[in-house]
Design a protein around this ligand. Sequence first.
Ligand code: NAP
Length: 313
Amino acid sequence: MSPRPTLLLVVPVAWAPLWMPWFEGAPFDVLLHDRDAYDPARIDYTLSFRPPFGLLKSLTNLKTIFSLGAGVDAFLADPEFPNSVPLVRFVDPQLSTEMAQYVVMHVLLQHRHQRDFDAAQAQGKWAQRMLPRKTADTRIGILGLGEIGTVAGERLRALGFPVHGWSRTRKTAPGIESFAGESEFASFLGQSDFLICLLPLTKDTRGILNAKTFAMLPQGAYVINVARGGHLVEPDLIAALDSGHLSGATLDVFQTEPLPQDNPLWRHPKIVATPHIAAISDPRVTANYIIESIALVERGERHPNTVDVDRGY
Ligand code: NAP
């Protein structure tokens, strides 16, 4: 009889009670990196979000590396990442739905000027007025029409916004106009009253939210970055907000997380900042995904969510 496979869970020890119960009865052993002593050669699978650099290379018999998140930039940033081992990312309809909720909420808060009404209420002021811009005239541009960008686009389209998206290859999502590649980037930006970043962080997309990009947006555009902090050149955003070219921004992700206390993004009057909470992988759902995924790999099949390491996503 061949030995049971072993999954190494690389999460803080304090999270063990959140995760371990969902693996009970799984046909493999589960060890916790920060708690259990183990022989590195015994590990078949790992599950982590930002594994310490060098750890994955030290596990010499890995069959598959699982990412706890949809993005895998933290894995590929490891100079010793073992390229020959398949890297599988987390794709989940609940995660996409929650990401879309976050995006819809922040588009609506801005579109409906809710923060102005909050301020008026605080002063007991009856500030009745019509929407400054009609929904049908408020154009939404989504950078990255993948798993999450498509769901967010569909939800916004259902609310009456014209939606278009930009990706590497042409898309055919109903009711979402598709722009593809660098040659269509400028015309995509020129009609984005809201710019929503849902790109993976790769060598091609790092710093894509920069002064040049902002200058191509319509006057008064609003930026939402819900992908990775590395997409945004923070001083360029502050300059575009201070000049009045951009009307505001919502940021869920930052170059440095947690966002340092002295970072000006915390206190800028035109910025809404949240602590990387747009969607957090649910332990029960993720554990089921891993149990099914390991069964698939053990059957010798290629996982459909295997990352193209050269492309970076
Ligand atoms: P995905 O399915 O891989 O989609 C990525 C999209 O970006 C695809 O449409 C792809 O185009 C496009 N793209 C990639 N590189 C491009 C380039 N150089 N030029 C133009 N388009 C490019 O990814 P996803 O599952 O939607 O996730 C997107 C990102 O969201 C993740 O990578 C992660 O960083 C972030 N995220 C954040 C949170 C949070 O809590 N804040 C939670 C989950 C995910 P093609 O389809 O043509 O290849």
